[in-house]
Design a protein around this ligand. Structure first.
Ligand code: HEM
Length: 143
């Protein structure tokens, strides 16, 4: 490996590292909440597989709390697009609407888990995936 190649590689790594260090693009806690939601969802899925619906329901309750916090934050995309005034308010309302729909799905999932209604649990997990797609395609940017 040439010295020049090595130095270039290190420079690239240093640059990548510093951009990654800007947690949440602008310091918003939203990406943290989202990563936490992802981890909790994994735990819920493994609890369901091992038949512990009570533990899964507790995990879902934590996810609901995280979405309630996420609802109070502004997606970075809106800042990137420099939205302001009525336009910003409209988009924030749309974002909060999708978060509310998602919370509704998780509330139903919690009920289904407590009732051991596995057919409904399966349907609702599918709906969670759909909400994620809707939320990310409309409001998530990579930064
Ligand atoms: C339901 C399951 C969901 C999971 C597991 C999930 C997970 C994640 C993860 C892991 C990230 C970080 C990705 C990255 O680092 O690039 C992220 C980002 C994001 N998610 Fe979600 N998400 C979910 C649902 C939603 C919903 C419903 C919305 C909107 C209504 C949403 C809005 C966002 C936004 C806006 C970001 C970018 C963060 C920012 O703008 O600061 N997510 N999500």
């Amino acid at each position: 490996m040439s010295k020049r190649f090595l130095l270039t590689s290190l420079a690239v790594l240093a640059f990548t590292g510093s951009s990654l260090a800007q947690a949440g693009c602008d310091g918003s806690p939203l990406p943290d909440y989202m990563h936490h939601i992802k981890d909790e969802l994994r735990a819920v899925s493994s609890d369901i597989k091992s038949g512990d619906n009570q533990a899964a329901a507790e995990g879902v309750s934590k996810i609901i709390t995280l979405f309630k916090k996420s609802r109070e934050e502004t997606p970075y995309l809106f800042k990137e697009e420099n939205l302001q005034g009525a336009e910003l308010a409209k988009k924030e309302k749309a974002y909060q609407g999708v978060v509310d729909d998602t919370i509704g799905v998780f509330k139903s999932l919690e009920t289904a888990l407590k009732a051991n209604d596995m057919a409904q649990v399966k349907t609702l997990l599918g709906k969670v995936g759909q909400q994620r797609k809707i939320g990310h395609s409309s409001f998530k940017t990579s930064c």
